[in-house]
Design a protein around this ligand. Structure first.
Ligand code: PHE
Length: 343
């Protein structure tokens, strides 16, 4: 029996040295290790007929050989495969590998859409600094130093000395800081859409310390509330859908007079009130007619010119459009592809 095993081993290694393709390898595997009639399988099967004294010794030898053969077969298999792939010709008919395609972040998508909507009615995109002087964010907007209304903007201050009337450097808490900057260019009429990152000291399920606003500003002769209302209606229909309407309610901002809160009718119940919206209307954000003091700060003559402005959150608008109530707005900025891929 021992002899037989030795012989088997020799035969196997002789044969396997000679082969050069995978089919031959498969044949050898079947010949020696095949489950039904493999040479080594047969020996293993005969073990139980041997006397106990021999059984153990032969068993160990046979099982060792089995491992050895299987190992060799694996090695030769790898070798042949590598050779095959190295010598393979380039097959132009094999379908190519397609890299997975990404897409723009939903906030970028929303910004692009908003800009396009306003460009169609003559507004141009502007960007103003994220690191801003207090003066543009507050004083020029009719909020003198220490005015209590400033508290509403939960501002981040930069730890640098104030510079004269410009005040301290801050992270801009709203895009309204671009109003007087735009007026200072001295080109009238104005139709700008200023979109930028804004910062406030707030973080919870409905606030992130960094978010985006888009600010419309129109200044011309004889601009009225009707123009503001028409523009809001236009935007709401373009962005949310032709069945939606805008509504304005009295509100208060230091830099607009009169001031409004703008709502959009709920897409599900059309203003009737339902589970999704409660009162039939969803709040977009602030708007109003430019306060004469703000025009003056931008060196625009309030006797000749008037205008309107509105400033809303990009994230908020986009989520309202998608009819989404995501449980936590911070999800937008956690870069989890399982979430982002849905948009
Ligand atoms: N800047 C205001 C805010 O951040 C919104 C606003 C913009 C209100 C323009 C009136 C006019 O809440």
């Amino acid at each position: 029996m021992k002899e037989k095993i030795k012989q088997l081993k020799n035969d196997f290694f002789n044969e396997i040295e000679k082969i050069s393709d995978l089919t031959a390898l498969e044949k050898i595997e079947i010949k020696y290790l095949g489950r039904k009639a493999g040479e080594l399988t047969k020996i293993l099967r005969q073990l139980r007929d041997l006397p106990v004294t021999e059984r153990q010794e032969i068993g160990v030898l046979a099982n060792q050989l089995k491992k050895e053969l299987a190992q060799k077969i694996r090695e030769v298999f790898q070798l042949l495969k590598n050779q095959a792939s190295q010598s393979a010709v380039f097959d132009v008919t094999v379908p190519g590998l397609k890299p997975t395609e990404g897409h723009k972040h939903l906030v970028t998508q929303a910004i692009e859409e908003i800009v396009e909507i306003f460009e169609r009615i003559g507004f141009s995109r502007r960007r103003y600094p994220e690191v801003e002087w207090e003066w543009y964010a507050f004083e020029s907007l009719n909020m003198p130093p220490n005015h209590p209304a400033r508290d509403e903007w939960e501002t981040f201050f930069i730890d640098l000395k104030p510079v004269g009337p410009k005040g301290q450097r801050i992270l801009t808490p709203h895009t309204s800081s671009g109003q007087v900057r735009e007026m200072e260019k001295g080109q009238l009429p104005i139709r700008m859409i200023n979109i930028s990152k804004c910062y406030r000291r707030q973080i919870d399920i409905s606030h992130v310390p960094m978010f985006h606003q888009f600010e419309g500003l129109l200044i011309d002769q004889q601009v009225t509330i009707a123009d503001l209302k028409g523009t809001l209606d236009y935007f709401v229909k373009q962005f949310f859908g032709s069945n939606r309407r805008a509504r304005i309610r009295p509100s208060h901002f230091q830099f607009t007079e009169p001031s409004f809160e703008v709502d959009v009718s709920c897409g599900l119940c059309d203003g009737q009130g339902c589970k999704m919206c409660k009162a039939g209307w969803l709040e977009l954000g602030g708007a109003g007619m430019i306060h004469p003091n703000v025009l003056k700060a931008g060196k625009v003559d309030p006797k000749k010119y008037s205008g309107f402005a509105f400033g809303w959150g990009v994230e908020r608008c986009y989520l309202m459009k998608a009819g989404l109530s995501i449980p936590d707005i911070r999800m937008l900025y956690q870069n989890d592809l399982r979430f982002l891929n849905q948009f």
